[in-house]
Design a protein around this ligand. Structure first.
Ligand SMILES: *[C@@H]1O[C@H](CO)[C@@H](O)[C@H](O)[C@H]1NC(C)=O
Ligand SMILES: *[C@@H]1O[C@H](CO)[C@@H](O)[C@H](O)[C@H]1NC(C)=O
Ligand SMILES: *[C@@H]1O[C@H](CO)[C@@H](O)[C@H](O)[C@H]1NC(C)=O
Ligand SMILES: *[C@@H]1O[C@H](CO)[C@@H](O)[C@H](O)[C@H]1NC(C)=O
Length: 328
């Protein structure tokens, strides 16, 4: 629970814990940690690495992963997401999908709103204006909130358009649910935050959310220190995990890093798996395990293996061709 936490207070807490990072090595499991699921079709065996060490996951979709769907919610909770706007206005298929899921026995208790609506598709955003988003929210999220499912405010980027987008969204949503005589707000249970940068920047960004949405629980659903040295990435990982674990108002977090180093779009050192799919130190720490000493760039990547196979195959084809030529 967040009690009147000002940006300054968040920063003070950050400053207080700085000295302790030196000793923050080794495994420290946390039930706040979840999986931000970004699988690669060439390495699906990696999907088995995360549960049940992590207690929850999301996959940017309304339906659970086939691979995880038989794991009880109490062990590895699936959190559905309404990623962006449906193609058709007035479409409420998200609501029915979630209701059907619940009817089938999946205990859905949390739902996530739009993914980076303030960013274009080319950046992975759902590029959605706040006025349209408010209507989609009223059609698809409000009915779930009304029956007691906890809902997260849309996850904007940490760019300068993020908080203004949310401000407009909240205002437009209020208009939709208010009448002339009765003013209402669209309600939500927690804010969701994305961050790619330093720890100081992260703490300050969380402070801005605390000022904008007083008393709201936070989920940090994507974060990492992108494109940094291994040393700086590991230092960032440790101090931010300790920070999140310590703050009561941070309910959950999910590192953006559940992939192999060679396919990482946030730099090779941010990945929790090495090129050949072993847990890196950060990957192990995130799962509450001892350091592995595996460097992110250790081992051969699948793409290199594919290239090698292709060159062996083409070499043998050339050889075969040469052999055929030799007959003449
Ligand atoms: C569903 O999950 C919530 C939160 O973990 C729990 O309180 C509730 O008892 C669960 N309901 C069922 C039917 O398992
Ligand atoms: C709606 O939210 C605004 C601020 O976000 C607040 O001032 C107002 O009291 C709220 N109204 C209701 C009816 O809760
Ligand atoms: C924050 O929550 C506490 C306890 O739930 C409550 O007493 C307080 O009034 C809330 N403050 C704001 C600004 O909503
Ligand atoms: C998946 O992995 C393959 C092999 O490493 C790679 O070539 C491809 O770019 C990856 N796809 C994505 C979307 O990262």
């Amino acid at each position: 629970m967040l009690h009147h936490v000002s940006p300054a207070a968040v920063l003070t807490v950050a400053a207080m814990i700085l000295p302790s990072i030196v000793s923050a090595d080794g495994p420290l499991a946390s039930d706040k940690r979840g999986l931000c699921f970004t699988p690669n079709d060439t390495t699906r065996a990696d999907d088995a690495v995360w549960p049940p060490a992590l207690s929850w996951y999301y996959n940017y979709k309304p339906l659970p992963e086939p691979k995880y769907k038989d794991i009880p919610q109490s062990e590895f909770e699936f959190v559905p997401m309404l990623w962006g706007a449906p193609e058709t206005k007035g479409d409420t298929s998200f609501v029915t999908t979630i209701q059907d899921l619940i009817k089938s026995g999946v205990n859905i208790t949390n739902v996530l709103g739009f993914n980076e609506p303030d960013a274009p598709y080319s950046w992975g955003g759902s590029y959605l204006d706040p006025i349209t988003a408010a209507q989609v929210w009223v059609d698809n999220i409000k009915p779930l909130s009304d029956v007691g499912i906890r809902v997260g405010l849309p996850a904007c980027t940490a760019g300068q358009d993020g908080l203004p987008w949310l401000r407009t969204f909240v205002r437009e949503c209020s208009k939709l649910v208010s009448t002339e005589n009765k003013k209402e707000n669209c309600t939500f249970d927690f804010v969701t935050i994305h961050w790619y940068g330093s720890f100081e920047g992260l703490a300050s960004h969380m402070g801005q959310y605390a000022a904008e949405f007083p008393n709201k629980t936070m989920w940090i659903t994507e974060y990492n220190f992108a494109h940094q040295s291994l040393e700086d990435t590991q230092a960032f990982y440790k101090i931010s995990a300790e920070y999140f674990d310590r703050l009561d108002f941070v309910e959950r977090y999910s590192l953006f890093g559940a992939f192999r180093s060679d396919v990482s779009n946030v730099g090779p050192n941010a990945a929790m798996l090495s090129n050949d799919g072993r847990l890196t130190d950060i990957g192990a720490w995130y799962l509450g395990k001892e350091s592995t000493g595996v460097k992110p760039t250790d081992g051969q990547s699948v793409s290199a293996a594919v290239r090698q196979t292709v060159s062996i195959v083409s070499a043998s084809l050339i050889g075969a061709a040469a052999g055929v030529w030799g007959l003449f």
